[in-house]
Design a protein around this ligand. Structure first.
Ligand code: HEC
Ligand code: HEC
Ligand code: HEC
Ligand code: HEC
Ligand code: HEC
Ligand code: HEC
Length: 415
């Protein structure tokens, strides 16, 4: 019996090793965090509810996840304070989900005599957070393709603040409370028998219908590298997204956007295998006019795909930040919502990973900007060249062709 206990302790220790890098700043640790970080028993925020330390759920989250004074990508921060991004200065965070600060970046520009305004609110999910003046989208009153009201969109619409979904040692998912959560499930840890870890990013799942009018049926699967908020100027940040039976990203996003997904609608295929033809295109495509690539180095975080597996160890082997794992897709890997969109927000309309407004992403070997010569206003869209580059997570312009067209071509090569 004693030997068994020691055995378990050793196993637990081994599983904890995998968590070593995110642990020092841990707070949620894969499940419900320290209650006092979000609730105050005797001095909650006046005017709020649930004894929260912020006026609403999202303000509570942002009390830690946004911090004035940042000078670059900073850990778990997913929004840049307005004071840190005056006009001409782009948001600072570079997480896979994207910086909500882009929602506050409105660009005005004139093309052939017509003034156009690209509203900040078009850059992604407009969370409502009173304390940090994030307000509901004024155009989309509900989720496009669904009925979820924009006035209620918050961090907790997608993330479970109490992190109920957990992953067991055998790789199944449960909301049961018989096995304790030992840490985050976002970085590839596999718990020892008798323990669990959280699910990816504490996202809602497993028939969770705590959010009014929405049921998240399956879970969303991925593994992120433990350092994930970083410039991609020299190496890419690869989140390895997975897909297994109903546990796909398309199904997860479709909890609120059913009409953007269900078959029979006139929408782009989602959760569909690339097949050998499109996989070959992805693996060959380097940039406009260059199809000499190979599958070993084909991956780009600007057009990720879902691997056709839910196996955490497989995904963890690919979630790297040192360009050692840039393998492209196989025929059974899938196009997903996140192939084109970021989950939070981006520097472009519709939270897209690249600019779809205009035929060129790169023009004359330059990131389009109002300050580049000659300036092309329809591609710069009111931004400085540096703001455009920031929206591509600081990649050097040489990552693209001198006249680079949109990244639909990574899978379709119509350019
Ligand atoms: C990361 C922030 C966060 C942490 C940590 C947290 N909560 Fe909450 N809690 C919330 C939010 C936000 C709500 C509001 C309802 C919602 O959005 O789900 C809430 C609601 C509640 C509610 C009322 C609604 C319900 O779901 O029953 C209770 C009770 C509660 N929390 C207890 C706790 C306890 C106990 C702990 C610590 C073990 C804790 N919470 C830790 C964010 C948090
Ligand atoms: C008291 C500060 C604090 C508050 C409040 C807070 N967080 Fe966090 N959050 C952190 C820290 C620190 C980390 C990084 C360490 C970790 O993952 O536990 C983090 C990490 C996360 C992660 C990644 C965790 C993982 O395992 O992948 C998510 C998702 C997240 N927070 C969501 C939220 C949401 C949603 C809320 C509001 C309901 C919230 N946080 C409120 C401090 C906070
Ligand atoms: C529409 C759903 C949605 C909303 C709203 C949302 N998140 Fe997320 N969040 C996600 C998804 C999905 C991911 C995983 C993104 C990925 O890995 O590509 C994520 C990732 C994260 C991460 C990890 C870092 C990153 O950006 O990849 C943190 C921290 C986080 N969210 C916190 C928050 C906080 C705080 C809020 C509110 C201010 C929030 N989220 C609102 C869906 C959402
Ligand atoms: C909890 C419900 C919910 C979930 C889950 C959700 N969304 Fe949304 N989404 C909304 C709402 C509400 C809006 C409209 C408000 C807005 O545009 O800010 C919206 C708007 C959008 C938009 C348009 C943004 C714009 O600025 O025009 C895109 C693109 C989008 N969602 C993609 C996704 C993707 C991809 C996922 C999965 C990673 C997802 N959504 C998951 C509720 C959700
Ligand atoms: C192949 C790339 C691609 C995929 C995959 C994709 N989208 Fe989109 N999405 C776009 C583009 C481009 C737009 C911009 C508007 C347009 O062209 O229809 C857009 C627009 C949207 C909008 C805004 C629509 C509006 O009326 O304002 C929502 C919401 C959205 N997508 C959600 C999703 C969801 C949810 C998924 C997965 C189920 C998904 N998208 C998959 C490329 C994609
Ligand atoms: C990650 C890979 C990927 C990306 C990126 C991608 N597609 Fe696709 N696309 C697919 C797959 C897979 C199919 C379905 C198989 C096929 O038609 O060969 C498809 C099919 C299509 C179709 C045919 C649909 C039909 O009903 O016959 C069109 C049109 C299309 N894509 C346009 C686009 C556009 C425009 C973009 C950029 C906004 C884009 N795709 C980005 C993978 C991708």
């Amino acid at each position: 019996m004693k030997a068994l206990k020691i055995g378990l302790a050793v196993l637990a220790g081994a599983a904890l090793l995998l968590l070593a890098s995110p642990a020092p700043e841990a707070f949620h640790s894969g499940g419900v965090a320290e209650c006092g970080g979000c609730h105050s028993m005797h001095s909650p925020k006046p005017g709020g509810n649930y004894l929260l330390v912020g006026t609403d759920g999202a303000s509570t989250c942002l009390s830690c996840h946004m911090h004035a004074g940042d000078t670059g990508p900073n850990g778990y921060h997913i929004a840049t304070a307005e004071s840190d991004m005056p006009a001409g200065v782009p948001p600072l965070q570079r997480t896979p989900g994207g910086d909500f600060g882009w929602l506050k970046k409105t660009y005005t520009f004139t093309v052939r005599g017509t003034t156009t305004v690209e509203q900040g609110e078009t850059h992604g999910h407009n969370i409502v957070a009173a304390d940090t003046s994030f307000v509901a989208d004024t155009v989309n009153t509900t989720a496009p393709g669904g009925t979820f009201p924009s006035s209620q969109l918050a961090c907790t619409s997608c993330h479970d603040p109490h992190g109920r979904v957990r992953r067991t040692s055998s790789g199944t998912y449960t909301t049961g409370t018989t096995e304790p959560v030992m840490g985050s499930g976002s970085y590839g840890a596999i718990p020892a028998a008798g323990f669990t870890v959280g699910n990816y990013r504490l996202l809602r799942g497993l028939n969770d219908s705590h959010v009014t009018g929405v049921t998240f049926t399956g879970v969303a699967i991925a593994v992120a590298p433990s350092t994930y908020n970083r410039t991609e100027a020299s190496t890419q940040t690869r989140v390895a997204y997975g897909a297994s039976s109903i546990n796909t990203w398309g199904n997860w996003c479709a909890s609120c956007h059913p009409g953007m997904h269900s078959s029979g609608n006139y929408v782009h295929p989602v959760d569909q295998s690339l097949g050998s033809n499109l996989a070959l295109v992805y693996n060959s495509y380097v940039k406009s006019g260059d199809l000499t690539g190979s599958s070993a180095t084909a991956y780009t975080s600007l057009v990720p795909f879902a691997e056709n597996t839910g196996d955490i160890a497989t995904l963890a082997a690919h979630a790297k930040i040192d360009n050692s794992q840039l393998g492209g897709p196989g025929a059974s890997d899938k196009v997903m919502c996140l192939s084109c969109h970021r989950a939070h927000a981006s520097g472009f309309e519709y939270a897209l990973r690249w600019n779809m407004e205009g035929e060129f992403m790169i023009w004359n070997s330059l990131y389009p900007g109002t300050d580049t010569t000659p300036s092309v206003p329809q591609f710069a869209r009111g931004r400085l060249g540096a703001e455009t580059q920031a929206a591509y997570y600081d990649r050097p312009v040489t990552a693209f062709a001198a006249y680079q067209r949109v990244l639909c071509n990574k899978c379709h090569a119509k350019d």
